[in-house]
Ligand binder design. Structure first.
Ligand code: BV8
Ligand code: ZN
Length: 257
């Protein structure tokens, strides 16, 4: 057998394996009455949003401790707001992709469905997802550091920076920073959905940030089938029942139809 023939036979075998994985994933999702989904920055990458830890990721240029913590905000609220307002301006130009749309279609046909996202963008909602939990808050909400008042503020760019509440207090981005607890109601709902799921689909997350990264493992312990869609192997791959490697916008429409 020549080298070219050997390469072709290996490629042929690999594509047959991927094909059977896609068919198996499609069958598991079609048969499941209770589905939970956890998404991360990777599902918004094909919409043009930077991830955190990828090659051009946000944390490649900045240290999270310097920007996504209460201490960083207290040190220099204007700098932190400039970073978040830059991200809001990038988000405002992005549209949902086929991955977001496939998850909205899965929700529409599934009896009991929960989409929990670590993302602070609103691309899932723009794609039609409704049964959603934002574990890390949203870039489009602001919270007063004095009276606690939450507001949705879609203005881009925000002026002046940093924004002030009507009470005169400083407003902060409505996101969860490192070292901050996740919103209790959302975390409780996410844990319940993970425990009840028959299938837990994990899309576009490095599975490094806790407690969100613990949710698929909880589902596994409660007997769920855990499937992962990611460009690369992650911390979860070793324990997932299936890891489909590729772009979310290409794989999800193949396994959800
Ligand atoms: C908490 C929001 C406790 C803001 C974010 C020391 C002190 C305190 C806490 C800790 C500590 N050490 C560890 C912790 C816990 C910490 C943690 O987990 N740290 C990690 C880094 C070790 N967690 C916390 O601090 C959490 N809070 O523990 O509080 C507590 C309890 C009670 C009372 C008080 C306190 C808070 C965590 C939330 C932090 N906020 N961001 C903002 O966005 O600015 S984290 C940030 O990471 C984002 O939210 C993001 O969602 C999250 C996870 O990242 P991913 O989404 O996975 O993105 P990433 O780039 O990593 O990966 C992308 C993946 O997609 C890759 O795998 C890539 O291959 C793939 N991909 C790329 N393109 C595609 C693709 N896949 C498919 N298709 C594609 N096209
Ligand atoms: Zn206020």
């Amino acid at each position: 057998m020549t080298l070219a023939q050997l390469a072709n036979s290996i490629i042929g075998r690999m594509s047959r394996e991927v094909g059977s994985q896609i068919a198996q994933a499609r069958a598991w999702l079609a048969a499941a009455r209770r589905i939970a989904v956890l998404t991360g920055a990777g599902i918004s990458a094909e919409s043009g949003l930077p991830t955190f830890r990828g090659t051009n990721g946000l944390w490649r240029q900045y240290r999270p401790e310097d920007l996504a913590t209460q201490q960083a905000f207290a040190r220099n609220p204007k700098l932190i707001w400039e970073w978040y307002d830059w991200r809001r301006s990038v988000h405002a130009q992005c549209a949902p992709n086929d991955g977001h749309r496939a998850l909205a279609a899965l929700e529409a046909r599934c009896e009991q469905f929960t989409l929990m996202t670590q993302n602070v963008d609103n691309l899932h909602e723009s794609a039609g997802s409704k049964k959603m939990i934002h574990l890390h808050g949203s870039l489009w909400s602001v919270r007063c550091t004095r009276c606690g008042r939450e507001q949705v503020n879609m203005q881009v760019p925000l002026e002046p920076l940093p924004p002030l509440c009507e009470c005169g207090g400083l407003q902060r981005p409505g996101v969860v920073w490192f070292g901050e607890a996740l919103p209790e109601r959302e975390l409780r709902a996410a844990v319940a959905a993970a425990r009840e799921a028959e299938v837990f689909l994990v899309v576009g997350t490095s599975s490094l940030v806790y407690p969100a990264a613990a949710l698929p493992r909880m589902a596994l312990e409660c007997g769920a089938r855990v499937m992962e869609v990611n460009l690369d192997a992650t911390e979860l791959s070793a324990v997932a029942h299936m890891s489909l490697h590729g772009k979310a916008g290409e794989i999800l429409p193949q396994i959800i139809c």
